[in-house]
Design a protein around this ligand. Structure first.
Ligand code: GLP
Length: 260
């Protein structure tokens, strides 16, 4: 794992935007895995800015989102469809047919989830997967106890996750109990995994994911098994880590060719 600690979420998000934009520029058909939640908002703002001011071209990009609530229509204001179109897709030149977000209303969920996996493979696999982090250590909606080799499927949300995400709904009781999510196995197949975590409330999950044992009880700890997992943190999210000095030193002494 590469642990990068930045002073604040703005600097961390700018770094993330630089890495994503490099992939978008370099690849003939970039395949980008995207996340929702408050964490990637600044990253999306920077990507939109790069599109407007530097002509970052999304026309060849193919995107796959991690997850969606079961039972929410795409136009529901708390759906991840709505979130993605509002915060990124409507503001860049991506082709709508290249956007993939799980369908929370699919009638045959099992077949739909299998197809989602097939579509990722057919696109050539994910070049990068952007990830946030749940306070309970989840990635996507892979809650604690998720199989570390799971595929796209339906998961039941924990009480904690429903509480954390209630801010996007009018009331906590409106938060769905189920979601479709890429599995941990799906995520681990991405060529690069970029997890971002900001703020004190993520510090415990970050320390368990980075420095704790690999366990399905902390799904993000599975990233320790990935050959190119980057944990991009602000100071507050990193404050419980034991090896902070080492992570800073390693980042500051990175060889030039490894920098982004
Ligand atoms: C949700 C999403 C995750 C996200 C997490 C953290 O549960 N399914 O993909 O990482 O929330 O959200 P936030 O970034 O708002 O803290």
């Amino acid at each position: 794992m590469e642990v990068i600690i930045q002073a604040d979420s703005e600097q961390a998000s700018l770094l993330a935007a630089r890495l994503v934009s490099r992939i978008i520029k370099e690849k003939e058909k970039p395949v980008i895995g995207l996340a929702t939640g408050s964490t990637p908002l600044l990253l999306y703002r920077f990507l939109v800015k790069m599109h407007r001011e530097e002509g970052l071209d999304f026309s060849r990009s193919i995107t796959f989102n991690l997850d969606e609530y079961v039972g929410l229509a795409p136009e529901h204001p708390a759906s991840f469809h709505h979130f993605m179109w509002k915060n990124l897709f409507s503001q860049v030149n991506i082709k709508p047919e290249n956007v993939h977000i799980p369908d929370g209303l699919a009638s045959d969920m099992e077949a739909y989830c299998r197809q989602y996996e097939e579509d990722i493979k057919a696109a050539g696999g994910l070049d990068i997967q952007i990830l946030g982090l749940g306070t309970d250590g989840h990635i996507g909606f892979n809650e604690p106890s998720s199989s570390l080799s799971s595929d796209t499927r339906i998961k039941t949300l924990t009480d904690q996750t429903r509480k954390d995400n209630a801010i996007f709904f009018e009331a906590e009781e409106n938060v769905p109990y189920h979601a479709i999510t890429m599995g941990i196995g799906t995520i681990l197949q991405a060529r690069i995994c970029l997890l971002m975590a900001f703020g004190k409330k993520k510090a415990r999950a970050v320390s368990r994911a980075v420095e704790g044992p690999v366990t399905s009880m902390v799904p993000a700890s599975a990233l320790q098994l990935h050959p190119r997992a980057i944990m991009l943190l602000d100071k507050e999210a990193a404050f419980k880590l034991d090896q902070i000095d080492y992570y800073h030193w390693a980042y500051e002494h990175k060889p030039e060719w490894q920098k982004f």
